[in-house]
Design a binder for this molecule. Structure first.
Ligand code: FAD
Ligand code: NAD
Length: 455
């Protein structure tokens, strides 16, 4: 039986490896339109900042590595159409532009996503870049070396924008962030995003909020400035577009596979699309929000891997299910770690919950222990039953630990009262005697009880 996988970065390669373990007799082929496969896009900001000093280190496996295991990888091969009735694909070999028709028994779409690039005059000027893949990384590094930019504008203060700001400011590039929303990080509540805002200002990043990109100016084919929608002109010899991404779902749509309302491919919990025998995984497809029970699009690397495993298992004849996500994410910008899981207070209210929240400052070690770092936790719970709906954690301390405890609490549908009595590990080098998340949960429980008494 032949399994073909379209797309070979995170979801596609994970699906291939899993499918082979489930059925070692499968004939597995990956078609990948880029020159590289199995790289970690998540490492790109750290190659640019120099924390990772060799870009090749984010290429995890090569086609030769896959070949040794019996998985065939064709790089620079793009699947241009799928004939679902005949069960065959048309693949363009990008080396020579020759099309070939190839038969499949099972298919996995792992076509990912691409950056949003607005159609504005000047968008093609040299010095205007996106950051998604190895080609983007190489172009970016080449620009840094050859143009030696002095003034950068990052458009979009989301995950990529903030990870990258650090990488640009350290080599003394004057950096301005332009964000269309009224505050940075619109997925977070404003009071939490405010901490990050202040940290960026303290780190010499200029911020322009509530304003979008309107125009680009250039000379001799190179970008020289941008203009915002409100008419502010900012000089720039480097412009990074980080205004979000779109799912690569056109190939699926063209062959009659249903897309969801988000524009990504609709799948069931087995990662099967509307066409039996065709699966999808990763940034190209939707998933379920485990709190609200609705389809959402949550394009993240760990989710792509989890979904790839399930799609690979099922395409190989197994039976696995992916239950959905809480949208747990973390990143760092300068010295601050920033994380979220579940619903923000704003999102909870918009979704019809009656959220109650608490924001508390804490630290990640005993008061007297050296190296103690601070953090701020926001917990959001449902007023009715006290069930935790979400958490946001920001600080220089063990932010990852707090957010992972909160994500696990969401998985267990815990209330603040449950979390207040969680038996977590304690010793002075690792935690205060009561973890900040326990203290925050206790305070939120008390707040909820007081509100209940007032009714
Ligand atoms: P993609 O990585 O988009 O790969 C899909 C591949 O399929 C691409 O190579 C594409 O060119 C190819 N393809 C598409 N159509 C075809 C076709 N028709 N034929 C052949 N090939 C095709 N996530 C996190 O969870 N944590 C992080 O810290 C994090 N950091 C990130 C930092 C950056 C700078 C970026 C860009 C992303 C980051 N992400 C992070 C997101 C993460 O990288 C993605 O969620 C992940 O790469 C998705 O994997 P994928 O395989 O679904 O899709
Ligand atoms: P994003 O969705 O995180 O942020 C985009 C930002 O651009 C938003 O704040 C949005 O309001 C703003 N924006 C939109 N249009 C604009 C305009 N015209 N002018 C100015 N601002 C505008 O997207 P991203 O930063 O491009 O990252 C893409 C994806 O990569 C993320 O959605 C995430 O899935 C993934 N990623 C994850 C991590 C992580 O988990 N650590 C890191 C990097 C990237």
């Amino acid at each position: 039986m032949r399994l073909i996988i379209i797309g070979g970065v995170a979801a596609g390669t994970k699906a291939a490896a899993k499918a082979l373990r489930v059925d070692p007799n499968l004939d597995i082929i990956i078609y990948q339109d880029e020159a590289e496969v199995a790289y970690s896009a998540c490492g790109i900001p750290y190659v640019i900042s120099g924390v990772i000093n060799d870009g090749n280190r984010i290429i995890i496996r090569t086609p030769e590595d896959f070949a040794k295991e019996g998985i065939t990888v064709f790089t620079r091969h793009r699947v241009v159409s799928i004939d679902k009735s005949a069960r065959h694909l048309t693949v363009k070999n990008l080396h020579n532009n020759i099309d070939e028709v190839v038969a499949y028994d099972r298919l996995i779409l792992a076509t990912g996503a691409r950056p949003i690039v607005p159609s504005l005059a000047g968008i093609d000027l040299q010095g205007v870049v996106t950051l998604r893949n190895i080609v983007d990384l190489n172009r970016f590094e080449m620009l840094l070396n050859s143009l030696q930019p002095k003034q950068a504008v990052i458009v979009g203060a989301g995950y990529i924008g903030l990870e990258l700001a650090e990488a640009l400011v350290y080599p003394a590039i004057k950096t301005t962030l332009v964000e269309k929303s009224a505050c940075i990080l619109p997925k977070f509540d404003a009071e939490m995003a405010e901490h990050v805002h202040q940290h960026l200002v303290d780190s010499n990043v200029e911020l322009i909020l509530g304003d979008g990109l309107a125009k680009l100016y250039g000379e001799n084919g190179r970008v020289t400035a941008i203009e915002t929608e409100s008419g502010k002109k900012i000089a720039a010899d480097l412009v990074v577009l980080a205004i979000g991404i779109r799912p690569n779902s056109e190939l699926a749509k063209a062959c009659g596979i249903e897309l969801g309302k988000t524009g990504a491919i609709a799948v069931d919990t087995r990662m099967e699309t509307s066409i039996p025998g065709i699966f999808a995984a990763g940034d190209c497809c939707e998933t379920t929000d485990r709190i609200r029970g609705i389809p959402i699009w949550m394009p993240l690397g760990d989710i792509a891997n989890l979904q790839g495993r399930v799609a690979g298992t099922n395409a190989a004849g197994g039976n696995a299910h992916f239950p959905g996500v809480f949208g747990t994410a973390i990143f760092k910008t300068f010295n601050l770690q920033v994380a979220i899981t579940g619903l923000s207070e704003k999102a909870a209210r918009e979704s019809g919950f009656e959220p109650v929240s608490i924001v508390m400052a804490g630290a990640d070690r005993a008061r007297y222990y050296p190296g103690r770092q601070e953090l701020t936790i926001k917990l959001v719970a449902d007023r009715g039953d006290g069930r935790l709906l979400g958490a946001q954690v920001i600080g220089t301390g063990a932010v990852d630990k707090m957010i992972d405890i909160a994500a696990t609490a969401l998985l267990g549908k815990l209330t603040c009262a449950d979390l207040e009595n969680a038996d977590l590990a304690y010793s002075p080098p690792f935690s205060p005697v009561l973890s900040p998340i326990i203290v925050a949960a206790g305070a939120l429980k008390t707040k909820l009880e007081k509100m209940a008494r007032l009714i």
